[in-house]
Design a binder for this molecule. Sequence first.
Ligand code: SF4
Length: 308
Amino acid sequence: MGSSYLDLLEKGELERRVEEGYNLLGSCRVCPRSCGVDRLRDEKGFCRSGFLPMVASYTLHYGEEPPLSGIRGSGTIFFSNCNMRCVYCQNYPISQLGAGRIVGLEDLSKMMLSLQERGAHNINLVTPSHFVPQILAALLLGARAGLRLPLVYNTSGYDGLDSLRLLEGVCDMYLADFRYFDSHMALKYSATENYPQVARVAIEEMYRQVGYLILSPEGIAQRGLIVRHLILPNDIAGTSKVLHSLLSEISPELYLSVMSQYFPAYNAFDYPELSRRISWDEHQAALGIIDQIGISNGWIQEVEAEVK
Ligand code: SF4
C-alpha cells in the first residue's frame, strides 16, 4: 500500500510543504512556544535545537502499541531535545540532556530508507514537534529515493497548528499524548503553558486529518489516530477527566492507549508527590474508570502498581 505522501510528491506539493516549513523556521514558530529565533541561522530557542535535526538513535522497536510494532517492528527514529520540560521524563538523557548527534537531512532520509530495508511496518518519528520542517525535507529526499512506508508522528501533544497542517496527507498515523487535564499541573511539572488547550486543538486537527484507527486484516495500523495517556501518582494527570473528555469531545471511537508504567526518573524525586510508582488504590481506580467509560477501541497496558 502506498503512503499518502507519495501523491503529494507526484504533484510537487511535498516540495512546497518543505518551503512552507522553512518559512516557520526563520522566526521560529514551529511549535506553540513561538520563540522567534532564527533557526535557519542555527539560533536556538526553548527546544535547544538549531537548524539541523538531532537524532539519538534509530532502530526497529517492538514495544510500541501492538498495531504499530506488529510483528516486524516499528521503524523508530528518536529525536533529541524536546519542546517540553517534564520533571519526570523517562527519556531525559535524550529529551533534556541533549544525548544524540546532529545529522544532515540526507542522513535522516537514509535512516528512514534503512529502516524500510530492515522490514519496519512504518517510520515512527518520536518527539518530532520541534523538527517538522526538517522531517519534511528529509522525507522529500527519502521519497524520491524509494521510501514508501507510512509515517507515524509520535508526539507529546504540544504541537502547533501551522506545523500540523503541513503534515496533512504526509503522516498517515498520529500517536499523541494527552498528559494533563489541568493547565496548572502542566505548568508546574512540564513548564508548559496552556497544555490542555493546545493539546486538545492539536488532537482535533490530527483526528480531522486521519480519523479513527484503521487496521489491516493482520492487525497492523494503516491510518488513524491513537491517543496515549500516562497515569501519574496522586492523579496529577487527571486521568478520569482526560479520558472522559477525549471520548466525548473527539470521538467515542477514539483509540486510546492508557499507560500505567510510570516510575520516578530525572528530577521527580524533588517532588514528593511524583516520587513513587502508582499505588494499588490508584491502580484500582484506573481500572474502574476504564471499566466505567467502556473504552471500545484501545489498548490498556497491564497496570503495575506499588502494593502497600
Ligand atoms: S520549535 Fe523550538 S525554537 Fe521553535 S518555537 Fe518551538 S521551542 Fe521555540
